[in-house]
Design a binder for this molecule. Sequence first.
Ligand code: MN
Length: 315
Amino acid sequence: MWNDFHELISNKKRFLISSHLSLDGDSVGSQIAMRWYLESLGKEVVVYNCDSVPRKFAFLSGAESFSTQIPEDRFDVVVVLDCSNLHRLGWEVATAAPLMANIDHHRDNTCFGSVNIVDNHAAATGEIIYRFFTEEGINYPPFVAEALYAAILTDTGGFRFSNTSSTILKICSELADRGADCSAIYERIYASHSPEGLLLQSRIWATLRYHLGGKVCSMELPLSLLDELGARYSDSEGMADFTITAEGVEVGMMIKYNDTESHFSLRSKGTIDVGRIAQKIPGGGGHFSAAGCTIEQPFDRAFSYMLEILAGELG
Ligand SMILES: [Mn+2]
């Protein structure tokens, strides 16, 4: 599987790495690891993303060099990580380089690369990169182990989701042996907030409502609240996971909206495939138990449309 990748990168000099909008722990960690790997081969590497690194992942060594300045140069190869389709990148990547590597674990990946390394059984793109390093006998430094650990930690919801297997725990055990500080990483990602960020979360909690006989739970974030409180978009990250924590709830949704569009983060406890539901909306998609889509409608209309879809699914 990696032979094509080796062939793609051999004799190439200039690389661009990029990932999806709203960077998460997996996209940040995977990009740090891939950057280290390519640089260790003597390549020139730029990491560019539309969005900046969320505050809680900024402690990861290597994240400080991520750029949000759209690159004007041409590259030999673009490496796209953790991104199921090019739309999710949020920028026009096609002109940046003639060749593209696509490394991802989303099952709805559209295989848009010149080389596609897509393993939908992997819990995180970080796990795919870990396997690559392990199979090749690559000896990576502690900061890379830390980045890969953060990638897996966050894509398993802090080892809560059903993708938390014994294999994943063994991988994380090795990453800890290689220098990932599990307790410090947990603290930085899950237990550190800005005062404004925590206030924002309290306002989001206050919007919690149940629907369809208690089978659906929702929380909302009007994006104007960010300015009002001086909080950041990334301060709300991870809150969607709480929408499925009440007993009896089968589908949870967190809706972030402005006047013209409404973004839904969907969560499922296991009976409903929210990835399939998100795919009903153009540009939407994701995993069985966690997915997202944007409806280009103001909140009220988008919300009742989504409830209608869910009513059909839940019978
Ligand atoms: Mn991921």
